[in-house]
Write a protein that binds this ligand. Structure first.
Ligand code: AMP
Length: 428
């Protein structure tokens, strides 16, 4: 047992896995650029109040999972690591007066999030999210555009069998009467409620609907559905979101149990799952509309919608589905030399080749030429540049390790020769 390990619920992304993340992040950057999103970075921590207001105090994320930073005595402010990016981005929108920018302001970020969660497969205390937010457009077309963007991300990442679940959770006009109806329903079945759910009933009844407790399944199946209680405006909005989704060919299922139980979440809510995957409750990603959020953070009331897609779970599913992707770290060439002690020449020649933008390793050990060449082969290098006596005349040996051929090349031509060899190697 090593003396130190990564903190519980965190892990090291070793090069192979980091490469998967890299690919996903490049895909996210490419897609969001295609869709007109601008990258933004906000701090990894914020005033705790940003999350308490921006996510809600009666949520697991804030109530139980917030990674609070111990305050230093001289500082009165209370900070927490971000459990999700929306609240920080909404805070930035207000702080920088983005309401004066052309609307909607479409922002994207990808980075680590922190939740003091109980660690298990697919649930970490530090995890990565790819996030988009479109602030200043009440939809419904942009709702569908965002769902389609998320769906495309999975498709282009190579994840198979992604299902899109959508719902509308109404607005401050129709949700309160619905919640009253729902509360009445559960009160009528109070004896069947597990204790934790009974407690939630009076605090945030909507959360009972997405309870993971198997005892709740039957009860929830018979519960009144929000989609039967939407006001006219919300119903029309939801119909239009679905019509737009159909128009862009995104298959979806309406899931009445999909809720986000806070006042400033409005209308569209959605989640992405992989069909038939074990641990089904684990969404790959999700999002929704938050028309009340900007107002709560002190801005002029402004509608918004976004998603957060967990990259750890995508990587997990890709691995489960058999998509592996070994990192290709092999250099184009390795610079070796006949003199085991002449690391200076090796480093100098390699540096020149790197200046010419070539992928080159210098063998910096003090071992014999044969060993250096052996290591170059193991590295997967295509070529070896061998430095010997003729270096004094500005010449080196240029060996094709795979073909087993070798010729003399002028040092001045070496970069050009290698670049040409790389090009023909890539195309041939
Ligand atoms: P949420 O904000 O809870 O809807 O989370 C959005 C997405 O982030 C989820 O669908 C997951 O893919 C990912 N996610 C949330 N919490 C975790 C976690 N503890 N570990 C790994 N991924 C997570």
């Amino acid at each position: 047992m090593p003396a130190f390990r990564a903190p519980r619920g965190t892990r090291d992304l070793l090069p192979d896995e980091r490469a998967v993340f890299d690919r996903l992040m490049r895909l996210a950057a490419d897609l969001t650029q295609r869709y007109g999103y601008l990258p933004i970075e906000t701090p990894l921590f914020e005033l705790t109040a940003v999350f308490e207001r921006g996510i809600g105090e009666v949520t697991d994320v804030v109530e139980k999972e917030l990674f609070r930073l111990a305050p230093r005595t001289e500082e009165a402010e209370s900070w927490a690591l971000r459990p999700e990016p929306t609240a920080g981005i909404a805070r930035a929108y207000v702080q920088h007066g983005m309401q004066t920018w052309p609307q909607p302001v479409k922002l994207t970020t990808t980075g680590p999030m922190f939740r003091y969660d109980r660690p298990q497969a697919g649930r970490y205390r530090q995890f990565w999210q790819f996030d988009v937010e479109a602030i200043g457009d009440a939809g419904p077309a942009i709702d569908a555009e965002i769902v389609e963007l998320g769906h495309r991300f999975y498709a282009e990442a190579g994840v198979e069998g992604v299902e899109v679940l959508v719902n509308s959770i109404g607005d401050p006009a129709c949700r309160p009467p619905y919640m009253a109806t729902l509360t009445e329903y559960y009160r009528g079945h109070a004896a069947q409620l597990p204790p934790t759910e009974r407690d939630r009933l009076e605090r945030n009844v909507l959360r009972l609907l997405d309870s993971k407790d198997p005892d709740m399944a039957d009860l929830n199946a018979g519960a009144p559905r929000i989609t039967d209680h939407l006001c006219e405006a919300c119903a029309a909005h939801f119909e239009s979101v679905k019509a737009h989704l159909a128009a862009v060919g995104v298959p979806y299922r309406v899931e009445p149990g999909l809720v986000r139980g806070l006042d400033y979440y409005t209308r569209t809510a959605f989640e992405f799952y992989v069909a038939g995957r074990e641990g089904q409750q684990q969404a790959l990603g999700g999002g929704g509309r938050y028309d009340g959020l900007i107002g709560l953070l002190g801005g002029r009331p402004t509608p918004g919608i976004g998603f957060g897609l967990g990259l750890d779970r995508v990587a997990l599913v890709l691995a489960e589905q058999g998509h592996t992707q070994p990192v290709d770290a092999s250099p184009l060439a390795v610079v070796v030399s006949a003199d085991p002690d002449d690391t200076v020449s090796r480093l100098r020649v390699a540096t020149e080749l790197r200046t010419a933008r070539l992928r080159v390793r210098a063998d910096l050990g003090r071992r014999k030429l044969g060993r250096q060449l052996e290591a170059a082969g193991k590295d997967g290098a295509h070529f070896a540049v061998i430095l010997g006596d003729e270096l004094a005349e500005g010449q080196v040996q240029f060996r094709d390790l795979q073909a087993g051929t070798q010729r003399t090349v002028a040092l001045d031509d070496l970069a050009r020769e290698l670049a040409r060899a790389e090009a023909s190697h890539r195309h041939g």
